[in-house]
Design a protein around this ligand. Structure first.
Ligand code: 4AD
Ligand code: MG
Length: 462
């Protein structure tokens, strides 16, 4: 099928050409002499205007052309007389691919709340808002690969089914060999979920980091980019049960290099989106958040502030602010604390380092003080924690000690410990929550609105 995408209509030299536009009808209006259809084909936020001269078409021809129907129009691309668009298509032929009954099609032309659109997640990509978000998401995914590939990192695929709990948080989804259509049941008819993965208890991964370290200590620098799963029952606008994470891991770098990498990486992604998704960002700014574009530019131009957890806690304690969750050395900082530091105190992104070891995972490098570790969290306005990372413990003995202290079954970790047993090196890495980045770049406020099919504690229907 010959198809002219809407994005191509605006290329130089297209005026006067015959085009074949295909897409979904947003609106139709007009009178008995002329009808105007706004058609969107998903390639851009812009809909193309199609003009039907009603001396060439009958009312019956146009009757199925209602909001949501899918059509193909062959016609001539001309400069537009009307306002709001530079060109339009003068229809010569019309083919209706599929109708959409106005009595039942839920996306009629009117404002829909984001809450309502969440209930029709299967159709919401056809709205301007979700079209824009999904195009930006796709561009950011490309930017991520581009950034790492250009710097000599290898893309490593880590397993989704695993027997190890990387973060040690114990919030994993168990994998079973359940026949979902015909599950085993107990005498009372309750489904028995206890079957394990061919005799071994396994779960969906919370992070690809441990396997990432195996890659980095062989290839030098790798990154992962895949889905991760957390079974924590968090109903917040920043948590998903299934989210995508990017985890670079690099040999022969320390925490300072790791911070430089994180800062360059995130600025690169935002710059890329500003450059390549300008129409979509502009649309979202107008719809939801006037300051979006300026905020994105300010991040690219800023220098992230770097300070230790201990210094951060001191600032919070001396702020005079009454926090819902009181601040003392040793607490896991809450979103309200992180946002105070970023939005009110420093007014720019902050990288907080050297957290107490008791609130961080087992693999982080212990500092000489014996009570803090070389962790780094990147904190962003509106978001809070966007990146979590660290320099890793390279010493076999110290790592073993830590695993013992935390009662992690040593027999499950032998393969990981081998990285320290054989040719251990200083290395570091971090994880960026992809949806938190998309949230920031689109200016949306709920993480459920930046992933096509959100998985949250009470939503896994489709
Ligand atoms: O801080 P986290 O738990 O770190 C790790 O998993 C490390 N293994 C990463 C590494 O060093 N390779 O998660 C990393 C990031 C967070 O900063 C946050 O952006 C995101 O993942 N994240 C979530 N995003 C959405 N929903 C959730 N439930 C998330 N949990 C973490
Ligand atoms: Mg974290």
């Amino acid at each position: 099928m010959k198809r002219t995408k809407t994005t191509d209509l605006y290329s130089p030299g297209m005026i006067g050409k015959e085009v074949d536009v295909m897409g979904w009808v947003r609106t139709r209006r007009g009178n008995k002499h002329v009808q105007f259809v706004a058609l969107n084909d998903g390639s851009t936020i812009r809909s193309v205007q199609i003009v039907f001269d009603m001396t060439l078409f009958s009312d019956d021809d146009l009757r199925p052309v209602t909001t949501g129907s899918a059509i193909h129009v062959k016609g001539l691309l001309v400069e537009s007389q009307g306002r709001g668009q530079s060109c339009e298509v003068q229809a010569q032929t019309l083919e209706v691919f599929g109708t959409a009954d106005p009595a039942t099609y839920p996306l009629q032309k009117k404002g829909h709340s984001l809450e309502f659109l969440r209930e029709i997640a299967h159709l919401r990509p056809r709205t301007n808002t979700f079209g824009a978000v999904l195009r930006i998401r796709s561009a950011l995914a490309f930017a991520i690969h581009k950034f790492f590939q250009e710097r000599g990192f290898y893309y490593l695929n880590t397993p989704l089914i695993t027997a190890s709990d990387c973060e040690g948080a114990g919030a994993m989804f168990q994998v079973t060999t359940l026949d979902i259509a015909n599950p085993p049941r107990d005498e009372e008819g309750r489904v028995d979920y206890s079957a394990d993965f061919f005799g071994k208890p396994t779960a969906l991964t919370v992070s690809g980091q441990l396997e990432g370290e195996l890659g980095a200590t062989a290839l030098g620098a790798i990154y992962t980019f895949g889905p991760t799963f957390r079974a924590e029952n968090s109903n917040t606008p920043r948590h998903l049960s299934e989210f995508w994470m990017i985890e670079p891991e690099v040999a022969f770098i320390d925490i300072a290099d790791n911070m430089d990498l994180a800062e360059d990486f995130i600025k690169y992604c935002i710059s890329y989106a500003l450059e390549r998704c300008h129409d979509d960002i502009e649309f979202l700014s107008q719809m939801y958040d006037q300051e979006l574009e300026a905020r994105l530019r300010s991040i690219v131009d800023s220098t992230f502030v770097r300070l230790t957890y201990t210094e951060g806690v001191k600032i919070l304690q001396e702020s005079g602010r009454k926090f819902e969750f009181p601040v003392s050395w040793g607490i896991d900082l809450q979103s309200e604390h992180e946002r105070y530091l970023v939005e009110e105190h420093f007014k720019c992104p902050v990288i907080l380092t050297d957290y107490p070891k008791d609130i961080k995972a087992f693999y982080m490098k212990l500092n000489d003080d014996g009570r803090t570790v070389r962790a780094m969290d990147v904190l962003f306005p509106k978001i809070g924690e966007i990146i979590g990372g660290s320099e890793r413990e390279a010493s076999y003995e110290k790592l073993q000690q830590r695993i013992k202290e935390l009662n992690i079954p040593m027999k499950d970790m032998w393969w990981y410990l081998d990285t320290r047993r054989y040719g251990t090196v200083p290395h570091a890495g971090f994880g960026l929550g992809f949806e938190r980045l998309v949230l920031f770049v689109t200016g949306m406020t709920n993480i459920r609105d930046v992933i096509p099919f959100p998985r949250t504690p009470n939503n896994a229907e489709f």
